[in-house]
Design a protein around this ligand. Structure first.
Ligand SMILES: [Zn+2]
Ligand SMILES: [Zn+2]
Length: 239
């Protein structure tokens, strides 16, 4: 019922003009087709970490030598102009009006580059209780539940918790980020049974080095998850 309501609202929304969040022209969506054409050229990505990779190469060199803790990754755009500005507005400036559009683009990428029908449950990268109280929402959850509705797949914010606030990751390399995140995520004891043998998709807004989603993936695997996929809006190209 709820998913039918969402689909009806989307059909209606497509017929009404709205302002493109990037170029400000009045178009049929919050990200117009001109901006997509100009700023999102087709990009071959490593299916292990979603970083740009040479055409035809399934895995980048780093994933071959140091595979991440998740099995497969999908990113919609590079974390570069203008997408990083869009994500920052969504994340730091209460731009929840962008959530539907961003979720639609993430869904399209997931349907193209992954097999969402094989996923049993969708989990957002959690915020700490303090950060959640400051921000008022978890941007990853805003994407995760929308994907859950559209895919008919349960989205769960109670399966992984952030045990502690981690100092800012900005400027840290992968090894420093991994140290920073050690023990930061946990699956609460009674929830472990819901993960045994399950295939889980972890949703976040940005992947920089993959250290955060790897830390979540380790907690999920420790609790018995069989496979962990990473679905993100943007991927830092050079990391
Ligand atoms: Zn535009
Ligand atoms: Zn890779």
């Amino acid at each position: 019922m709820f998913s039918r309501l969402v689909q009806a609202a989307e059909r209606l929304g497509r017929r009404l003009p709205s302002q493109c969040a990037i170029c400000r022209s009045w178009q049929d969506g919050r990200v117009c087709s001109d901006c997509l054409q100009r700023h999102a050229p087709p990009r071959w990505r490593c299916n292990g970490c979603a970083a740009p990779a040479p055409q035809g190469q399934p895995r980048c060199g780093r994933c071959v030598t140091h595979p991440p803790a998740f099995d497969h990754a999908v990113a919609v755009w590079d974390h570069a102009y203008p997408w990083h500005l869009l994500v920052e507005r969504f994340k730091f400036h209460d731009a929840l009006d962008l959530a539907d559009t961003l979720a639609q683009h993430l869904l399209a990428a997931v349907e193209r580059y992954d097999a969402p029908a094989a996923i049993d449950c969708i989990v957002p990268v959690p915020l700490s209780a303090r950060r959640l109280a400051e921000r008022g929402y978890n941007q990853a959850w805003e994407l995760a539940w929308r994907l859950g509705v559209r895919l008919g797949c349960p989205a769960r914010s109670d399966l992984v918790l952030r045990r502690r606030e981690t100092p800012t990751q900005v400027g840290l390399d992968l090894a420093e980020r991994q140290r920073n995140l050690r023990g930061a995520f946990t699956v609460p004891q009674p929830r472990g049974a819901d993960l045994k043998g399950r295939r889980v998709a972890v949703v976040d807004d940005v992947m920089t080095t993959g250290a955060t989603i790897s830390a979540v993936a380790k907690a999920l695997r420790h609790a018995g998850a069989q496979a962990v996929h990473a679905w993100v809006l943007t991927r830092t190209p050079s990391a």
